[in-house]
Design a protein around this ligand. Structure first.
Ligand SMILES: *Cc1c(COP(=O)(O)O)cnc(C)c1O
Length: 399
């Protein structure tokens, strides 16, 4: 049989977080009052100055192809951003603008993974990492991290997972789904292992700007010239400037990797939308007063949500330091039942909470951590209060 779907496409599934979002939306469309804790994007509007830059781009006719890897001016702004925020010096030739950070990550996967390569992914992980590896015929090697270790992979654990076939480590700090982040010392230890074994570090720093309690974010690439030469940093404006729909992300790293990514992009998507590039330029170079306002609101919700979750019988939750997710441990609820149905795992619990509390959230198995569920606080405090009231009642009703 010649016809049929390629094996690599059969090996993957649609993003479970997007699937949950679609389900909640469908229930809302039916008139059901669902509280949506599944959201993976800020509930804030794109800042006005950024919108205006997009409108101006349209009105001035900036609506044609740009260079496939992004405009020179936006690359320059990204170079400035890395210098200013991370102390990282890149040439423009080491920067690529893509259609969202997810697209940057996918370009990396295509550019560096060969069939049989192993890619170390600490769990809990963002849902797309393993599937992007699989789509490029490489092998995800999941290394479990523990709540007691702040969900951070240690140098020792990494060392143990490295083999001759290891090509890369994927790091995500601050993390989706855990909301936790890597301190500088742990990053230094991880960098030493990467340098020793000469493996790439793919560092997803999309939540860099969404941090609380004075947490200081370090890019692993900034910890020395050797680790910088091995690291591809991924970032973007989606989360920091509430621009998820505009689709602008970027990557910076070794010139040969970026050139390969750029070639791939030129043969696949071509340039990210010209209009969005103008808006992203304003996001990076314009006033940044939007960010502290958004962060203060997230901070308030974070404390409220985590406090409420920890007060519930059978649930415990670490205090996140970044992003906009709480990732409570719900394993103590497994084995309990309601109406003759036993909750055996995080998917059962998520289904139960959707059914009886009309609260949509994502089960931890989607992130490779079945003892947990993920609740986003990128929704109003009013919604959070209502949803947590209902979850509390539903959890109490379990026997
Ligand atoms: C949201 C998110 C991205 C994707 O960002 P886009 O720019 O919208 O593609 C990448 N990584 C993580 C961990 C995310 O949560």
């Amino acid at each position: 049989m010649a016809i049929g779907i390629a094996k690599r496409a059969q090996a993957i599934k649609p993003s479970p977080t997007l699937a949950m979002a679609a389900k909640a939306k469908a229930m809302k469309a039916q008139g059901i009052d669902v509280v949506d804790f599944g959201v993976g994007e800020p509930d804030f509007d794109t800042p006005e100055n950024v919108k205006q830059a997009g409108i101006k781009a349209i009105q001035s006719g900036f609506t044609k192809y740009t260079p496939a890897g992004g405009t020179d001016e936006l690359k320059e702004a990204v170079v400035e951003k890395f210098k200013k925020d991370n102390g990282l010096a890149y040439e423009k030739s080491q920067v690529l603008i893509s259609c969202g950070a997810k697209h940057s990550l996918y370009n990396i996967a295509e550019a560096v993974f060969d069939p049989g390569d192993e890619v170390i992914i600490p769990s809990p992980y963002w849902v797309s990492y393993p599937d992007q590896v699989l789509l490029n015929d490489a092998k995800p090697v999941i290394v479990e991290t523990r709540e007691q270790e702040g969900f951070r992979i240690s140098a020792a654990k990494l060392e143990k997972a490295v083999t001759k076939r290891t090509k890369a480590l994927v790091l995500n700090s601050p993390s989706n789904p855990t909301g936790l982040a890597y301190d500088r010392k742990t990053l230094e230890e991880i960098a030493a292992v990467a340098v020793k074994h000469q493996i790439y570090v793919i560092s997803d720093e999309i939540y860099e700007k969404l941090v609380y309690d004075g947490f200081k974010h370090y890019s692993i690439a900034s910890l020395g010239p050797e680790i910088k030469d091995l690291t591809i940093v991924v970032n973007g404006v989606s989360k920091s400037h509430a621009m998820t729909g505009w689709r602008i992300g970027f990557a910076a790293g070794p010139k040969d990797v970026i050139t390969a990514m750029s070639n791939i992009q030129s043969q696949s998507t071509s340039n990210p939308a010209s209009i969005s590039q103008k808006a992203a330029l304003e996001a990076l170079r314009g006033p940044q007063d939007f960010l502290p306002v958004m962060n203060a609101e997230f901070d308030k919700r974070r404390k409220y949500m985590v406090g409420r979750l920890n007060a519930m019988e059978g649930i415990s939750c670490l205090m996140p330091v970044g992003a906009f997710y709480a990732f409570p441990n719900v394993a103590k609820l497994f084995g309990k039942s309601f109406g003759g149905k036993t909750i055996k795992n995080s998917a059962d619990l998520a289904a139960y909470l959707l059914e009886s509390a009309k609260a949509a959230l994502v089960s931890g198995d989607s992130f490779g951590a079945d003892a947990y569920i993920r609740l986003s606080y990128a929704t109003s405090l009013e919604n959070i209060t209502k949803g947590l009231d209902r979850i509390e009642a539903a959890v109490k009703a379990l026997r």
